[in-house]
Design a protein around this ligand. Structure first.
Ligand SMILES: Nc1ncnc2c1ncn2[C@@H]1O[C@H](COP(=O)(O)OP(=O)(O)OP(=O)(O)O)[C@@H](O)[C@H]1O
Length: 588
């Protein structure tokens, strides 16, 4: 009995339509890559011929035929190695077979390697016609291979004598006509082949008459920089803050410092060429993550493209190049610090958030940028370098809330306290303290600020004794003690002083008090004797205005909490409500 399946060993069949669909939907970003694949095959074919005949001058010609009726056609001709009959069958009619791969690794002279690039033509045409004559066989005839998107193909001899090389002919499939129009092909050829090192002509126009920006003639470094900056303006539509020359193993290029702060989550859209052929202008992961403030243009001849050709394969070589490119950027910035500090200051002003993130992990970077990083202080925003020049020692608080509380008091005393609250700042200051001990950088405990307040004289203490007693009894069940000192600014009635554990307790339990009221209060309300209203309260306390004084103290307590950005919990809200009600009813 016959089985419904073959019992002999078989070979895989490929559904070409399915494969083309896969390429167009999942591998390539756009059907326009067909021009890139054709150009790349032509350039590789010339490279292969040069291995055979070293002096040969390669050339690529593109012709677009736009008939009045009917679909446009594109013909691309090269004077490369060409193909023999056997190679036609083996290479063109076998998906995944490539002449450009060595046994183990891809050949360094070629851009292609996967043996699927030609299939990209099926994204825009139903039929590919390749007419070719091999340079390896001078007496051989030219051959024509016609492949169709249903997977069938024919090979036939060509009677007319043709020079060695290959011609690929495409007719636009319905719906893809615009992709084969002259204007579109010119744009694509210019985009993908604009820097190719052999002449590429479309009709009589040479498409690639430009040099890469890093090869433009320049007599001075300033001219070199100007060349790079004007390239960025013209080609990338970017007005960069600076241009950084890039050199790595088999890689040349430029990095442009973005004139705006990019989101750290944004892709790094780099423009990358492989052997002078544009792979993509939105390649990610070419630089270390920290370098998100630059956009690069590079040409590589040592890296392997990925199959989609929109970037490079993640391998050890890319790791090395990434590291080397990162070093170029870092060295350049170090040069700026020494020679053009104002240029560096402009860069840091725009990108300090990114640079701080980098400096957290990178000691050298921290030392390099430390003086240029801006920080908020009680005396205004300034760079760490300026701070060091003006104040010597640096004291910082870790949290923005502490800073808000301490800053007005410190400022009134002419004291410079740095806000370590924003992302990375206190981590950087901790690291800098270790790396540069001579800078005398240390954390300031916000409760220490009270130590700088003036103590009252014996007479003044007697004057405020009743107020202290009343205030303590009003705030005891909140776990808050009371002191009276004199401090600037005089408009400030009071400040709330709480250590970190008290703050945490407040945050999680809504109360400073942990269980029964503690013997020693965990936090202090420090009333300001230099403030006129507080002195008036002391007077009223002496006159026995108990309720009025209690209400005012409760109000000052809530006000001090708000000034210190401590969230109000039910206890304080109802206290505030009570005070307001008292005022409205005039119970004071
Ligand atoms: N213009 C050409 N001249 C000579 N040989 C060619 C030409 N175009 C294609 N070929 C041959 O056909 C093979 C398959 O081409 P294809 O573009 O599909 O893949 P590839 O260039 O080898 O690799 P990749 O998929 O990475 O582009 C090539 O390896 C090459 O041998």
């Amino acid at each position: 009995m016959r089985t419904p399946y073959p019992t002999m060993p078989g070979t895989f069949q490929v559904d070409l339509r399915g494969l083309v669909d896969l390429l167009s939907r999942h591998l390539y970003r756009s059907p326009d890559v067909y021009i890139r694949e054709l150009l790349q095959n032509a350039v590789d074919a010339v490279a292969a011929r040069r291995r055979l005949e070293p002096g040969v001058a390669g050339a690529v010609e593109i012709e677009v035929v736009e008939p009045a009726h009917g679909a446009p056609e594109v013909i691309i001709t090269d004077n490369g190695i060409g193909l023999t009959g056997t190679e036609l069958v083996e290479l063109l009619a076998t998906i995944g077979r490539s002449s450009k791969r060595g046994d183990l690794s891809p050949h360094r002279d070629y851009i292609g390697q996967f043996g699927i690039g030609l299939l990209a033509c099926f994204l825009v045409a139903d039929e590919i016609t390749v007419t070719t004559r091999s340079a390896k066989d001078p007496d051989g005839k030219a051959l024509r291979w016609q492949g169709r998107s249903d997977g069938s193909y024919d090979i036939s001899p060509v009677e007319s004598a043709l020079p060695a090389g290959t011609q690929v002919h495409l007719r636009a499939r319905p719906g893809a006509e615009h992709r084969l129009s002259r204007g579109h092909v010119l744009r694509l050829t210019h985009r993908y082949g604009g820097l190719l090192p052999l002449p590429v002509r479309l009709g009589s126009t040479v498409v690639n008459d430009e040099l890469p920006p890093w090869e433009l003639p320049a007599l001075t470094m300033d001219q070199e920089r100007e060349n790079a900056l004007s390239y960025a303006r013209r080609v990338l539509d970017l007005d960069p803050l600076d241009a950084i020359p890039l050199h790595a193993d088999g890689v040349r290029g430029l990095a442009f410092v973005l004139p705006y702060e990019p989101s750290p989550a944004a892709r790094q859209d780099h423009r990358v060429y492989l052997r002078r052929m544009l792979l993509s202008d939105s390649t990610d992961r070419l630089l270390p993550d920290w370098a998100f403030f630059v956009r690069c243009v590079i040409d590589a001849d040592s890296l392997q493209p990925n199959a989609a050709r929109d970037g490079f394969a993640e391998d050890a070589r890319l790791d090395t190049v990434r590291e080397q490119l990162g070093r170029c950027i870092r060295d350049h910035l170090a040069d700026l610090a020494r020679m053009w500090p104002s240029r560096l200051a402009r860069i840091v002003a725009v990108h300090h958030a990114g640079i701080s993130a980098l400096a957290v992990h990178d000691e050298q970077c921290l030392l390099l940028f430390a003086d240029w990083l801006p920080v908020d202080t009680s005396l205004g925003r300034m760079t760490l370098g300026e701070h060091a020049r003006r104040f010597g020692e640096l004291r910082f608080v870790r949290r923005c809330d502490d800073f808000r509380q301490v800053a007005p008091i410190a400022a009134a005393q002419g004291r410079c306290v740095v806000n370590g609250g924003p992302a990375n700042v206190s981590t950087l200051l901790d690291r800098l303290a270790g790396l540069r001990p001579e800078r005398d950088i240390a954390e300031l405990d916000p409760t220490e600020v009270v130590d700088s307040f003036a103590d009252l004289t014996v007479a003044e203490r007697a004057e405020v004794a009743d107020l202290v007693r009343l205030a303590e009894s009003a705030l005891r069940h909140h776990g808050v003690g009371v002191q009276i000192r004199a401090f600037a600014p005089t408009v400030m009635h009071a400040t709330f002083i709480a250590g970190e554990d008290c703050r945490v307790r407040r945050q999680f339990t809504g109360s400073i008090v942990d269980g029964p009221v503690a013997a020693a209060p965990a936090a202090q309300l420090c009333l300001n004797f230099a403030n006129a209203a507080v002195r008036e309260l002391a007077r009223q306390a002496r006159q026995g205005q108990i309720m009025r004084v209690r209400r005012a103290v409760e109000l000052l307590y809530v006000q001090a909490l708000l000034l210190g950005h401590h969230p109000l919990h039910d206890r304080e809200l109802s206290l505030l409500d009570d005070v307001v009600l008292g005022l409205v009813e005039d119970r004071g």
